[in-house]
Ligand binder design. Structure first.
Ligand SMILES: O=C(O)CCC(=O)C(=O)O
Length: 286
């Protein structure tokens, strides 16, 4: 709205003055205030007649609006987009684990998973990832230029959850990336799970426990946008205690996701992302 008003101001012109601009205002004169009972001109009922008239000129360019983010919070299968790369599809199942079971699972996972801190070095400055992680699987997993070493020692609860998700989805997973968000300051930045070792059109099954955090998605811009994400489609998906989100098809190729930091305090949240990893270089696709 403010932007539209600003445009109207920019596009509109003032008639009756050279170059369509208003004449420079004259300094107020003491006697004119005295005549009007010490009221400035703009407070008088009858405004002094002016030659200047605002003429609205319709903006020639098409106005582009930043689309409002959509919200997905109901169970269901959603086709997010369809493109040359295929259909991007997600499946949201709130309450996949009922809340009583999710309570004790959360406590056990918090305590038993060997949570670790990854540290990145960029331009000789090191910084810690704003979350703790752990990796399970026979194969290593490299993302953001750091390799998680193989860890075949699956916790029995994780094996049980993997089997429950496999039965529900029909996919067989061989690896798991666990994330622990300790509080509202922990997050994961925009990215796609599109490492070569995940193969083409990876299926990711993401199970959440603990505090509800918003999982945000944004469509990758078309080549004409030159990497500008301003006008892309956006989605917000609250992931609460026990909810399962399955991403498949072209979702990783055509969309990015993140879990942003929050302004208000949040308790711990655990997110388990079950994946299928292929040994490289066989998993490498072009
Ligand atoms: O915590 C989440 O819900 C998302 C985690 C994530 O994006 C990832 O592990 O790649």
């Amino acid at each position: 709205m403010a932007e539209r008003r600003r445009r109207a101001r920019v596009q509109g012109g003032w008639a009756g003055t050279p170059a369509g601009r208003p004449a420079a205002p004259k300094a107020p004169v003491a006697s004119s205030l005295a005549l009007a009972g010490a009221r400035p001109a703009w407070r008088q009922k009858e405004q002094p007649h002016t030659q200047k008239q605002f003429v609205f000129e319709k903006p020639s360019e098409v106005e582009r609006r930043v689309p409002e983010a959509g919200v997905i919070d109901k169970p269901g299968v959603y086709e997010l987009s369809k493109g040359p790369t295929g259909i991007s599809r997600i499946h949201l199942i709130p309450g996949f684990i009922d809340s009583e079971q999710a309570d004790w699972m959360f406590e056990q996972l918090l305590q038993d998973i060997p949570w670790g801190q990854r540290t990145h070095v960029r331009q000789e400055i090191s910084f810690e990832e704003p979350r703790l992680t752990s990796w399970y699987g026979e194969l290593p997993y490299t993302y953001s230029r750091i390799t998680m070493q193989p860890n075949p020692n699956w916790h029995p609860l994780l094996t049980m959850l993997k089997e429950r998700i496999e039965e529900f989805t029909g996919y067989t997973f061989n690896s798991l990336l666990c994330n622990l968000y300790r509080n509202e300051k922990d997050s994961v930045d925009w990215h796609s799970d599109n490492e070569p070792s995940l193969g083409r059109n990876p299926v990711i099954a993401s199970l959440s426990f603990g505090a509800t955090r918003t999982f945000e998605m944004r469509k990758k811009p078309s080549p004409e946008e030159d990497g500008d994400y301003t006008y892309v489609e956006r989605l917000r998906i609250p992931l609460d205690h026990g909810s399962l989100l399955v991403m498949e098809g072209a979702t990783q190729e055509d969309w990015q996701h993140r879990v942003p930091k929050e302004y208000h305090s949040r308790d711990e949240r655990i997110n388990l992302t079950f994946r299928i990893i292929y040994p490289e270089p066989d998993g490498v696709w072009k």
